[in-house]
Design a protein around this ligand. Sequence first.
Ligand code: ADE
Ligand code: ZN
Length: 329
Amino acid sequence: MTAKDLPKVELHLHLEGAAPPAFIRGLAREKKIDISGIFAEDGSYAYRDFWHFLKVYDAATSVLTSPEDYRRLTLAVLEESAASGVIYTETFLSPDFCGGRDLGAWREYLAAIREAGEEGERKMGITLRAIVTAVRHIGPDAARETARCAAETAGDFLTGFGLAGDEKMHRPKDFAWAFDAAREAGLRLTAHAGEWGGPESIRDALADLRPERIGHGVRAIEDLALVDRLAEDGVVLEVCPGSNIALGLYPGWRQHPIAELDRRGVKVTISTDDPPFFHTTMAREHDRLAEAFDWDEGQFRRIHTLAARAAFCDETTRDRILKRLEAPT
Ligand code: ADE
Ligand code: ZN
């Protein structure tokens, strides 16, 4: 079986970060916005490091100015995911980008994204759920407004709340109010940690935000007592190996800790984060992991079953996804 044919579950995908560069260039042209500086000569996104990546991300996002833009974006992203064999995906959304944290505007953006998700389900057989993320470097005050938007629109489509952005800014406890509000609204929780911060950052996120999943979390490997705790507590890591390697966290695939974390009993899953920024796709992640660690189809099937069990969706949807993962291809 080729990597593309294996059915996959992706838990960690930033919607704007998944925007194909040609799509963003097209919108910039339509709106006469000059963002030519963010592209390399070959048309891909150009950035120097993670912090510059966040700036390029914001510049690319600046051309997405209406619910209709997000409807089109969502469809373009789902097409790419479906072409890689993804059958279920969760995408991070931010009211910061979608309507500037105004609840009325946010409802319209969310409705447009949901509509695209339903079209994706009908036409491509891919299921979409959404996770609102507060953006860490925008700060805790904004995160409170973001959490209010999320709480007001929580339901069968918007199922989670999380924290992304610059891990070196603020502390997890600064976002505890936002996470508590989201939890009370019935949203499931995840937080980026252990990407640019070390094990302490993961410990703080677990203590102060009480998420059931951690975005990245790979730097837990620097503290084996923490690795054992993650394994014992069943904390799920949304691991994005190609993202970590493209951003220089590890020099190559063989040095990436995903296999070691898995061997030590941590629930690891596989995602792309911001695929065009990192020149990756879900199919490519599988090819590279198979090469680096000699992982076979059984290993990938086990990981995607685990991802489906950790998905922020209702039980009927989960059963349907699990059945599709089990079906022979
Ligand atoms: N936003 C988009 N991609 C991100 C990443 N890899 N880490 C933190 N915030 C992000
Ligand atoms: Zn991320």
